[in-house]
Design a protein. Structure first.
Length: 313
């Protein structure tokens, strides 16, 4: 398994350019999508074609799309029916475009991961890639006020949903307990030696720094995973040896507001990437065996199969 560089050059182009023609309409509305190149880099670095990738909080399915396009198979779980349905359509779109892999999406609570995913796939996942929901203050896009006649800057697409039980809407301590539970279940899903890649970043709540990366590191250890690397995935491009920042309007606004209050904030232009390994040696790699049959049965469906809510299809 190759080692990765600790700085990932993942934003040579902007997020919309990376998504162009690869995601179905409506995908842009998710407030906290992973930059596609981050998922692609993790898949290319830690898996080989035919491997299985899992995202327990998959949003619109960026990790699935990038895995499928690199000829890996992918499983996603997402709590919100709206995002799960988009993830499912994005995964099918990637397969139909000749991606080489297939995907299945379950609309469910990731704390029930091992009940939702068929037992035939337990211990079969080679890579988990995921990102917990965090820091809603920097989410959202600016809505054009020309047609509506509204005054000032109007935000759109900054909510995951209105459901208070979505982990995006719970206090940080509760989120971390839940995320520890999710990582514990991911450990069951992983094959020995399999990796879990978690992207995260610090944010501020009423001026106070919330060091989510350190908390996620602790959550991974509590889940029985071994931290093996800590990397940086760039959200800024590199031109003539210099970083070219690509902050959103609301990131810039938050930084300006903070500086006005004397808080010396900088625009964050990277994600922290924490890489964990499931302890144990991978017997399958030492002694190759054919697991294709088991997997294809468990991959019967390419659509949103498990309904947390009625009508989640
Ligand atoms: C940071 S976003 C992930 C975005 C994703 N990587 C993408 O590119 O679209 C976190 C996701 O976790 C979902 N989520 C929140 N609580 C959850 C739960 N209990 N189980 C599964 N997903 C959950 C949210 O709805 C949100 O879509």
């Amino acid at each position: 398994m190759p080692c990765s560089d600790s700085v990932w050059n993942t934003a040579p182009t902007s997020a919309p350019a990376q998504r162009k023609d690869r995601y179905v309409p409506g995908s842009a509305a998710h407030p906290a999508k992973m930059l596609p190149q981050i998922a692609a880099h993790a898949v290319a670095t830690y898996t080989k074609p035919g491997d299985l990738v899992l995202d327990p909080m998959c949003g619109i399915g960026t990790t699935l799309v990038e895995a499928i396009r690199l000829s890996r198979n992918a499983l996603g779980v997402e709590y919100e029916p709206k995002w799960a349905s988009l993830a499912s359509r994005n995964a099918s779109f990637a397969s139909d475009a000749g991606g080489g892999g297939i995907g299945a999406v379950h609309c469910a609570d990731a704390r029930q991961l091992t009940e939702v995913i068929p037992t035939a796939l337990h211990g079969e996942v080679n890579l988990v890639i995921t990102s917990p929901p965090y820091g809603h203050s920097v989410h959202g896009q600016v809505r054009s006020t020309r047609e509506t006649g509204e005054r000032g800057v109007v935000k759109k697409d900054f909510r995951y949903s209105h459901d208070p039980t979505n982990l995006a809407h719970v206090p940080t301590a509760y989120l971390l307990d839940a995320f520890t539970e999710i990582l514990t279940q991911c450990r069951t899903m992983l094959s020995p030696g399999g990796k879990a890649v978690v992207t995260t970043r610090p944010w501020r709540e009423r001026g106070e720094l919330i060091d989510l990366p350190s908390a996620v590191l602790a959550a991974g250890k509590a889940a029985g995973l071994t931290p093996t690397e800590r990397c940086v995935a760039l959200l800024a491009g590199i031109r003539d040896g210099r970083l070219v920042a690509r902050p959103s309007f609301f990131q810039m606004k938050n930084v300006r507001d903070a500086r006005r209050q004397g808080i010396p904030l900088s625009v964050v232009q990277h994600e922290d990437v924490l890489i964990f390994t499931k302890p144990g040696r991978c017997a399958a790699r030492a002694q190759p065996c054919d697991r294709t049959a088991t997997r294809s049965t468990a991959f019967r469906s390419r659509t949103c199969t498990t309904g947390r809510h009625d009508g989640c299809r």
